[in-house]
Design a protein around this ligand. Sequence first.
Ligand code: ADQ
Length: 898
Amino acid sequence: MKLFVYPPVVKPDQDIELFLNKNLSTLSEEPDILIMGAFNDWKWKSFSIRLNKSDLKGDWWSCQLYVPKEAYKVDFVFFNEQNVYDNNDQKDFCIPVDGGMDALAFEDFLLEEKRKELEELAWAQAERERQAEEQRRMEADRAAKEEDRARAKAEVGRMRETLPQLLKNAVKSIDNVWYIEPSEFKGNELIRLYYNRSSGPLANANEIWIHGGHNNWKYGLSIVERLVKSVLKGGEWWYADVVVPDQALVLDWVFADGPPKKAVVYDNNRKQDFHAIVPMAIPDEQYWVEEEQQIYRKFQEERRLREEAIRAKAGKTAQMKAETKERTLKRFLLSQKHIVFTDPLDVQAGSTVTVFYNPSNTNLNGKPEVWFRCSFNRWSHRNGPLPPQRMLPAENGTHVKASVKVPLDAYMMDFVFSESEHGGVFDNKFGMDYHIPVFGGIVKEPPLHIIHIAVEMAPIAKVGGLGDVVTSLSRAVQDLNHNVDIILPKYDCLNLSNVKDFDYHKSYSWGGTEIKVWHGKVEGLSVYFLEPQNGFFQVGCVYGRGNDGERFGFFCHAALEFLLQSGFHPDIIHCHDWSSAPAAWLFKDNYAHYGLSKARVVFTIHNLEFGAHSIGKAMAHADKATTVSPTYSREIAGNPLIAPHLHKFHGIINGIDPDIWDPYNDKFIPESYSSKNVVEGKRASKEALQQRLSLKKADLPLVGIITRLTHQKGIHLIKHAIWRTLERGGQVVLLGSAPDPRIQNDFVNLANELHSAHHDRARLCLAYDEPLSHLIYAGADFILVPSIFEPCGLTQLTAMRYGSVPVVRKTGGLYDTVFDVDHDKDRAQAQGLEPNGFSFDGADTGGVDYALNRAISAWYEGRDWFNSLCKRVMEQDWSWNRPALDYLELYHAARKAE
Ligand SMILES: Nc1ncnc2c1ncn2[C@@H]1O[C@H](COP(=O)(O)OP(=O)(O)O[C@H]2O[C@H](CO)[C@@H](O)[C@H](O)[C@H]2O)[C@@H](O)[C@H]1O
């Protein structure tokens, strides 16, 4: 025998003695022997102990060893403390531990330990942040105090300078008009001020009041008293007892025939007001010190109130945002309830969940068996997929079910269904697989790195909706903890005031020119600006030069070259429309095999109207392609540029950025509002809009139109709707810019006609004006979008965010986001929504009339109902909360693409 332990059956949480027969070991010649080991397949608590010669007969050496309570196995080897080992012929030694955990339970134990450790780390981190925040707050406080002190000092400085002027205007009395008793007085003392009623315009007044202040009215009205008739002085002298304000050097006042706001006749000393010197208050140094202190306290109090209001508002904003997000996630999880759902709905790491599946709505319909195949963390979990599980009938009669234990280190649950244990027909959600987020796990999803190559970006280089989407999609994906960069041309017409930390980054040579790269933050996003020295982007505009194709082709290539030369390894390169379509094929042709091999290309069509050739080519080269709504994706599915690629083509609806478009925090509207006070909020905005555009200030239905004026947007329908609205007694505001000068001229003529015939009810603003657009979204009752085609459309979504009711033509994304109050109840319900607007078919004027007439009638005839509709549309979530999750699914699917 070479080895034994005592006691012979090893139990956890116990001391044992281990004996080695040195004679039989490869270490027989060595003077020193040590044991080196650990528990549980070398995963737990390693040890190294010296063996001593024991009392047993023969060459038995031994040591004591404590077996911890979590052990299921002891693993070890022997060595001479240098380089001679006995490792049991490379198999290592092991002794089983009886009656404790098994290997699986130990894995769970380890995860639980890890969770505790992470919790402690998180707590420590939170504590550090709290302290840092406290530090920041104290510093800010110190800075604020200093600033307020400096302001108070400056203020006192100014007062001291103007004092002589102040005193010059003041006197002790005016003969026969007023005087004060006693003649010597100072601050905080009671004085009696006499006034001769017959001396001025109040000679016939029944009442006399003093409206007074001090120190040249510096603190507004600080004295208001009614004067009493004095019997002693023949009835014309009246008096009031007045306490002199503290710190007063001069008293200022007028007399009037009533209290403030009620008085009609005044004696203001021929517009000079009256000014009395406070004789005993000639200011000394002490006076100024006190004055400064008082002003300082006033500033501090004002600041405190201001900051409190800001904090309260930020808190409320964050709370509303979180609530919306949670509601939307619930809706997302429930949206496939007819196919699949879990109980509980939000899956927690470490818990057991039941998955319910209804095959009758999928390609497994009618199969006698359904098998559930599940893993975690996008199929990358260390345990691999769970063994397939046959699903059992659920109590509800429609679904089948299976239960799974979710590991503590899961962040995502992944599954597909098949007809048999070994596979056969699968339901894998059209190649995307089913994924359900897991909350509370100890491992977070590793971030993806996404790079957008784009030629527009709101608000610094926005021409239309494409610019909005580049910014808002990126922000939403970044909010989900992924890394996003944007590459944009450095146009000379960039609005740089919206770029933070703008800095020179590097330069490189490519395409026969030097390219300077700048970096900055736009709306919290990292943006690289490429500035080729060949002047391609020094032309005063984004589009509209004869060589746009050449310029943007160059830009796309330069962008890829920049990624390569800078050692970027993005997971996804996302390009948009014809203008950055070349990135798709240039990447596949020139970069996919050199350095940037990890990246996959996603191409999004915002509008198929322009650049057909480029779009077709990008469709062929991209790993995944999208357009901006499901309906538009179906509308263009037959197009020869698209049709061959349907297997990788998806419609994902756009969202709007809830921070950029937020009536609760919008500096361009007069009163902030949420759905709780939508009626009051919108009324204030409507009045401000009418005021600003010189429209009649009246409670009329107001139709807003915000659009690029192009054929796509339904120009003849827009014109018709303007006349129809006026006919129905409403007001119309159109904000539109026309790239085509003929259309622009046409609208200038229409504007002239309307402004002379209906100057108080119609206004066409033929310009691009972002601030005005905010006021229109907020002030309008309806936003009209009668597009001939519309890939998604953002204006109807923004309208709803501001509680304006959309009136739209049923096409593309308009169809997917607007549900007619009379016709689309079921369709809305299928999305977990209620109807939210008015819509019409057809491209003739009859259609637009149909929708607009119902909308305006609803306004006139049922204001309460209409107001509740405004509130309802405002509470719907058209942000990126939902679509960003779809894009992430798509990015992951793209990564799996070969
Ligand atoms: N005169 C003006 N002044 C101020 N702001 C103005 C304005 N005219 C328009 N805007 C603003 O520009 C944006 C227009 O976005 P849209 O999505 O409605 O249309 P666009 O056709 O440009 O976008 C294309 O791309 C987007 C994004 O994918 C798709 O939604 C859409 O269907 C597709 O045609 C909105 O944010 C709107 O407020």
